[in-house]
Design a protein around this ligand. Structure first.
Ligand code: ADP
Ligand code: MG
Length: 395
């Protein structure tokens, strides 16, 4: 099937062509070392392929949030760690003298350009900055889905200026997301959990019209339960959003989407590791108790829902999974979803910072069809928003 965007397969002969490649190299660092190299590794398919095909690979990325150029937010700091992950030499190129430095590069060379945000116009998508980047390259590849929700010079402007292609990681992400919510196989289930309804209102509103089952867990389930008259004690709960929760449930009803709220929950009077807990029906939560996870009966029922679904999108843990034993429901349902995916019956796509951590904790991230590490961009996609960096590729 032809894709709505061009990929590296459409580039033809790129020997000696200068290819500007937007990647996400915004890695966490401590004492000069990269503490999590997931983002560096994600670039390898695109960068090695382009280099092997004889292109001059010019990496563009932002690093932190510099107000002005500063040495502690220079991508020079990432060059050595990146070189180690890539397993081939990487030349760092400062903005001063960039044109001359690029002119000395040979086919197959990989260079890392300085932090794009050292130009104040980068985040404003300033045409002058777009032109400054564009003159360094012949072609443009966007491989950074996680930065695609912002219309910046290096994400959106360049795609409109040079012949533009999706990199391999971008392509995989867009393919997976299209399968999950673009044109999914039904029935579709969505798990939405996490701390607060207020951060995911748009996600919930978008999903009710598209999925057959909306499974609500985490702290946000408390808000929905409270809206239905359940007394949630000292639980995290946004009582002021009761009306909004009711609206969402009504919209789901109209759209033929079944909303699943837990009917049993795990409660404690203190929030710490391994406190005394009770597993109770939602109507039995005491005034001094907090709901910190959904209960085993709910998890079993939700597993049965997933067994009858063809597609699953998941954002947000079902409980306070960082603290034992409140990881149980998330781990159990994630393992069910992982097993169903491995069996071939389910397409499962998950994303969100804490969700990825929770799936890793459950040991099932590699069983899911696709796990997005894109954070904000993934959430905006879950909200049904257009991502300017993606739109610019699909013109
Ligand atoms: P993501 O980063 O995947 O989008 P969120 O940031 O929305 O997810 O939510 C994750 C947080 O929600 C976790 O820190 C988790 O501890 C918290 N959480 C989940 N359930 C509860 C609960 N019942 N009470 C309090 N916090 C909860
Ligand atoms: Mg989070």
């Amino acid at each position: 099937m032809s894709k709505p965007f061009k990929t590296l397969d459409d580039m033809g002969d790129i020997t000696g062509k200068r290819v500007l490649v937007r990647e996400d190299l915004n890695v966490p660092m401590a004492e000069g070392a990269v503490t999590d190299d997931t983002r560096l590794r994600a670039t390898l398919p695109t960068v090695t392929e382009l280099s092997d095909r004889g292109a001059i690979v010019l990496l563009l990325a932002h690093f932190g949030r510099p107000k002005t150029p500063s040495p502690d937010l220079s991508l020079a700091l990432v060059t050595k760690p990146y070189e180690q992950v890539l397993g081939r030499p990487v030349r760092f190129i400062d903005w001063d003298g960039a044109d001359a430095a690029v002119a000395t590069l040979q086919p197959g060379d990989v260079a890392l350009l300085e932090n794009t945000r050292f130009f104040p116009g980068e985040e404003k998508n300033d045409p002058a900055v777009v032109a400054r980047f564009a003159r360094l390259g012949d072609l443009y590849v966007n491989d950074a889905f996680s930065a695609a929700h912002r219309a910046h010079a290096s994400t959106e402007g360049l795609a409109r200026t040079l012949p533009a292609y999706a990199g391999r990681a971008m392509e995989a992400e867009l393919d997976a997301l299209a399968k999950a919510l673009g044109a999914p196989e039904h029935p579709v289930a969505a798990v939405v959990g996490g701390a607060k309804v207020s951060t995911k209102l748009d996600v919930l509103k978008h999903l009710v019209a598209r999925v057959d089952h909306l499974i609500i867990g985490g702290g946000m389930a408390n808000t929905f339960l409270a809206a239905r008259g359940v007394k949630v004690g000292k639980s995290l709960c946004e009582h002021d959003l009761a009306g909004v929760a009711e609206e969402i449930m009504a919209a789901a009803d109209r759209a033929g989407c079944t909303v699943h709220l837990p009917y049993d929950v795990v409660v404690a009077t203190e929030f710490r590791a391994d406190p005394p807990t009770r597993t109770v029906n939602v109507h039995e939560v005491a005034a001094d108790e907090m709901i910190l996870d959904i209960g085993p009966a709910a998890v079993e029922a939700l597993g049965d829902v997933l067994k009858n679904c063809r597609t699953l999108v998941w954002n947000g843990p079902l409980g306070a999974f960082e603290t034992t034993p409140f990881d149980r429901a998330t781990v159990a349902l994630a393992r069910t979803a992982g097993a169903l995916t491995v069996d071939g019956g389910l397409v499962s796509v998950a994303g969100g910072g804490d969700t990825v951590a929770a799936l890793n904790h459950a040991g099932v991230a590699d069983q899911f069809s696709f796990v997005s590490v894109a954070g904000g961009a993934f959430l905006e996609w879950m909200e049904g928003r257009e991502l300017p960096g993606v739109t610019a590729l699909t013109r």
